[in-house]
Design a protein around this ligand. Structure first.
Ligand code: GDG
Length: 467
């Protein structure tokens, strides 16, 4: 049986899967590794003065984890630099926040080469390799240079950007060309895949076949759409756990006679948090009679705080939440409960269930799992309503949500009003359709369909292209 080697920047295999506090992706990948027998490789999260390539190998709940420490310069240039200050903003269409620093690009390539050199000796002939996300785009090319002939797949968790923006990146062709050393490239949605194909057609005069075999740079790669989802049964169990139930009861009591709207997002400028708060303010302005009857619980753990653009947005959100609360609160009511902390997964599930509205309004998002978690957590007899940005990948599947343009505060205000006043039958009808989507895209289905497709790829990256 072939082993599966999962590669990602950070290895997040949970020490104790039963605790259920790790994200859905980490749980799914660890389950895949137990199923296929394998290895999870990536950065340890630690630094060492000089890179040695020494591996730390440990067993975490049945999953073998192999990590490597990086030099501070690698972390600055590759992780905080090219990954988080260049590719992340660019792929989320924030050219205004994108850093175009030559040293970042060099550090990114160097660190990917280092990862490849450390991983290569661990690879056995039948292994299949599955590399995740924008941190590791050039790694297949580096592995091929070291003679690795195994099947190598790539999955992008973010959106793919429009060609007109991608070309602002120096060496964009080099980056895209390096993707043609994979055997399979997976995207969340047809929209992201379509943008990738358009880039290749225009910038590299490539050819795209109806079944998404893409030919360019003298090579061929199979591409496909694999929408990620959540671990539905795991999430339902978290919702129905003791702590999930206690959290629900606590929030139901705290929200007594009021409707709770919930938002859960990492503190990231892509999540549209400022626009969301402004939209909620507009709702309060438009509906004075509903003031005091509704509040927004916004759970926003701090993220990537070493990056200045993240510190900036954090400051702006502090000020905005403070201003709106100062302007509208009453002695026994506060419109926004803004929390910079994390909760356990079972607590989150209880929070979602207690909320009449789930407000998921990113400006651009690869998929967005919170939308799916919110739906899964609802009470089928009295479900809440999902308001979803049309710019989240999830909108491609979740058309029964109230789809909004998150940049329009009027549209947000109207959607909140519609959600809060929606009749029960309509809520149930929408919820059933959405829950079907959540089940159809369960993370186990995502994982197995991707790995199945990678095993079956007909065109191999090391095949010659016949012109
Ligand atoms: C990237 C892409 C794509 C949040 N706060 C807490 C907590 N979370 C969990 C949520 C959810 C996850 O984090 C966030 O996932 P998202 O999909 O919403 O967003 P990103 O982190 O940006 O993820 C995204 C995803 O990769 C997968 O491909 O969907 O588009 O950007 O599961 O629940 N979890 C806990 N406590 C918190 O306070 N336990």
């Amino acid at each position: 049986m072939s082993r599966l080697i999962v590669v990602s920047n950070r290895v997040s295999a949970p020490k104790d899967p039963a605790a259920g506090s790790a994200g859905g992706l980490a749980m799914a990948l660890s389950a895949a590794l137990r199923k296929y027998d394998g290895l999870w490789f990536g950065w340890s999260g630690e630094t060492v003065e000089q890179f040695t390539g020494e591996l730390n190998i440990e067993d975490r709940a049945g999953v073998t984890v192999a990590t490597v420490d990086l030099e501070p310069q690698d972390v600055d240039e590759y992780y905080n630099g090219y990954a988080n200050k260049t590719l992340w903003p660019l792929f989320h269409h924030r050219v205004d926040l994108t850093a175009y620093e030559r040293s970042y690009g060099e550090g990114y390539e160097r660190t990917n080469r280092r990862f490849a050199e450390v991983l290569q000796p661990l690879i056995q002939p039948d292994d299949i390799i599955w590399i995740h996300d924008y941190h590791m785009i050039p790694m297949a090319r580096d592995l091929r240079r070291l003679g690795v002939k195994n099947r190598i797949g790539f999955f992008l968790h973010t959106p793919w950007p429009a060609r007109q923006l991608l070309v602002t990146l120096p060496h964009h062709r080099r980056l895209v060309e390096s993707m043609f050393y994979f055997d399979l490239i997976g995207f969340h949605t047809h929209e992201w895949l379509g943008l990738f194909e358009r880039y290749v057609e225009v910038e590299a005069r490539g050819r795209v076949s109806p079944d998404h075999v893409i030919e360019a740079f003298g090579r061929r790669v199979q591409c496909g759409v694999f929408p990620i989802g959540i671990d539905v049964d795991g999430f339902l169990a978290a919702r129905d756990s003791v702590l999930g139930g206690k959290t629900y009861d606590r929030m139901a009591a705290s929200a007594a006679f009021r409707s709770m709207i919930v938002g859960v997002d990492r503190l990231d400028y892509s999540k549209g948090l400022e626009q969301r708060m402004l939209g909620f303010e507009q709702f309060l302005e438009d509906n004075p009679a509903m003031r005091g009857e509704v509040f927004l619980l916004q759970v926003t753990p701090i993220s990537r705080d070493d990056v200045d653009t993240y510190q900036d947005i954090r400051g702006r959100l502090d000020a905005l939440a403070g201003r709106i609360n100062g302007a509208y609160a009453d002695m026994d009511w506060q419109p926004i409960r803004y929390l910079n902390r994390t909760f356990r997964r079972d607590q989150l599930a209880g929070l979602y269930r207690a909320a009449k509205v789930g407000l998921v309004t990113p400006l651009r998002d690869g998929m967005n799992l919170v939308a799916k978690e919110y739906v899964a957590a609802q009470n089928p007899e009295d479900p809440g309503v999902l308001i979803l940005s049309r710019f989240a990948g999830a909108a491609e599947q979740m058309g029964e949500a109230l789809l909004v343009n998150p940049l329009s505060r009027e549209e947000l205000s109207e959607a909140i009003k519609t959600a809060l006043t929606m009749p029960l039958e309509e809520r149930i009808r929408k919820w059933k359709a959405l829950m079907q989507v959540v089940r159809d895209t369960d993370v186990g289905i995502w994982r197995d369909s991707y790995v199945g497709a990678l095993k079956k790829v007909a065109i191999r990256a090391d095949d010659e292209v016949v012109a």
